[in-house]
Structure formats: C-alpha cells, structure tokens
Design a protein around this ligand. Structure first.
Ligand SMILES: C[S@@+](CC[C@H](N)C(=O)[O-])C[C@H]1O[C@@H](n2cnc3c(N)ncnc32)[C@H](O)[C@@H]1O
Length: 297
C-alpha cells in the first residue's frame, strides 16, 4: 500500500471525528485569517472578493468555509471521500455556513500532474486563456505528501492562472540553526484514529533557545517549560513511525521557499505565523505553524 493509499484509508476512517480534535477549530480559524490576509496583501481586497480559489486537501472544510466567505468561489479537492462527506454534511445541515453554501464545490480526486483535476472540473476551471485559479491554498496537507516538489510543480504550472498565488500553511520544524532537543519528548502520540494534522500531530521544533526570526518579521516565542514535539511523536500505537506522515521533521521557511522557487514561482516569501499549545492525550504540547507563498509569473 502506498503512502497515499494509507493516507486515504486513514482519513476515510477518521473523518467523522476529525473536527473533534482539541484545538483544531482554533488552528484552522487562525490559519484561514492568515490565508486571506496574505492573499489581500499580495493582490487587493477587490481582487480577493472576485477570486476563484482552490483548497488543496480541503478535508472537512474547516478552512474552506472560512476562506469562502471572502472570495467569489471555492473548489475543494480532496483524495478522501470520507472527509468530503463530512464537509457536505456540515454544509447541508449547519445554518452558520448557509452564506457560503452556494460558493463551495468539491471534487474527490487525487491531484496528479497528468490529471490535476478530473472532468468535468478540468474543463470548467482550467480551460481557456483565463483558466486556472486566482489562488490555491493548502493547510496541513504537505507533510502527508511524499513528493511535495512534484505536487507544488503541478499546482504552480497547471492549477494557478498567471499571476495567481499559492499559499501553504503547515508544520514548522527545526531550522538548521536551532538548538534542538530531539529525544527529550517523552510522550507519544498514538495516532489513535482521531485524525491527523492537528490535535495528534505536532511540529518537530526549533527548540526554545536561540529562536531565529528566519529574517522575517515575527520571532518565535516559546513559553518556558513547555513540551515540544519531535519526530519521535509521529508514531503509531505500537511505537512505529507513522507512514502517513512522510515529513515528520516539518518544514522551514527556507526549505519551503526553495520548493516554491524550484516550481517556478516568483515573489516567494515565508514566515513563522503562530505557535500554540495543543492538547494531546491530556498533555500540553507546543506547535509552530509557518506560511509560504509565491506567484505564478
Ligand atoms: C490533515 S488533513 C487537513 C485538512 C484541511 N486542510 C484542514 O486543515 O483541516 C489532510 C487532508 O489532505 C488530504 N490529502 C492528502 N493527500 C492528498 C492529495 N495528494 N490530494 C488531495 N488531498 C490529499 C487528506 O485526504 C486530508 O483530508
């Protein structure tokens, strides 16, 4: 079974409880605000209002619903049917999402370079000189994907329109200069079927001391005495490394920027966005989140 197949089964099986993970709503709310703010800062408020956007790996819609409120149209693509079933259940039953219901469409699809979208969506969204999305975002998906460079190339060259923006938010891992305390974490996450990406996954960290700003605006400030996660936390209930997370080390602004540049994107920038405690099996664990963005020339 490939990593992707394992991912699909995992998310299919855990979709129903995905939104119940501790702090998942808070993280996705903070991240969605950042996605919109970064898009506005890169273009304009008017452009954002009229934008057609793609949520790559939209899951149960936690970011999609919030981002859709600010744009004209949102397509969510996800390889897991179970996650999309949850998304539609919420959209159909919860009044709080009534205002975005008509703006959101989804497609159950594994994005590949040969088939970035299936039909009829490929023709509908990608054909013609104006084809492609004004913005593609992806939240907490890339650490599940083996070939991040390949997927990024596909998004950059086949899904974005000219001058369209790609925005990723994902786990922020250790920088080359960080004073890692790898091996100091004693608790294990057991990947216990409540889904991944939030309450049960945590950033391996650029630990405490000597937090570097990466040349960006925000310094990471980790409270003293916290426990931060390392690669050692990405283990299953038998203590085996979790195959569904190929990037257990997370990403750094530097390596994520390099991936976007290699895909041909320009005006690339990246930064630490926020850190927050996550509750994991009753333990408070610190997680860092970073953003990278770039424009199709
Ligand atoms: C951790 S969840 C994040 C969901 C959502 N973005 C959020 O932040 O709540 C990762 C999602 O990415 C989807 N996914 C993983 N690999 C994918 C791929 N290659 N193509 C489409 N979706 C994928 C999974 O099915 C899952 O729904």
């Amino acid at each position: 079974m490939s990593v992707q197949d394992k991912n699909n089964s995992h998310f299919d099986e855990t979709a129903q409880a995905y939104d119940d993970q501790p702090q998942v709503k808070e993280v996705t709310k903070r991240s969605s605000n950042i996605i919109i703010e970064e898009f506005k800062a890169s273009t304009s408020a008017d452009h954002v209002k009229n934008a057609s956007v793609l949520d790559f790996g939209c899951g149960t819609g936690l970011c999609a619903f919030l981002v859709a409120d600010h744009v004209k149209h949102l397509l969510g693509v996800d390889a897991s049917k179970g996650m999309l079933t949850q998304l539609h259940h919420k959209l159909d039953t919860l009044d709080e999402f009534a205002s975005v219901k008509d703006k959101i469409h989804t497609v159950n699809h594994l994005v590949t370079d040969d088939a970035p979208l299936p039909e009829p969506e490929a023709t509908q969204y990608l054909s013609g000189p104006e084809g492609g999305f004004d913005m593609v975002f992806s939240h907490f998906v890339m650490h599940h994907i083996e070939d991040v460079e390949g997927v990024t190339r596909t998004i950059a060259n086949k899904l974005l329109k000219k001058d369209g923006w790609l925005i990723y938010l994902d786990l922020e891992g250790a920088t080359p200069h960080s004073h890692g305390h790898e091996g100091h974490a004693h608790s294990h996450d057991h990947g216990d079927g409540h889904g991944h990406g939030h309450g049960h996954e945590h950033a391996p960290h650029a630990h405490g001391h000597g937090e570097h700003s990466h040349g960006h605006h925000e310094h990471r400030q980790h409270p003293e005495g916290h426990e931060q996660l390392t690669q050692a936390h990405f283990v299953d209930k038998d203590g085996k490394p979790m195959e569904i997370v190929p990037h257990k080390q997370g990403f750094t602004p530097e390596n994520f920027s390099e991936i976007l540049r290699k895909a041909g994107l320009v005006d690339v920038s990246a930064k630490h966005c926020f850190g927050q405690y996550r509750d994991s099996h009753g333990k408070k664990i610190w997680m860092d989140v970073m953003m990278v963005k770039g424009r199709r020339a």
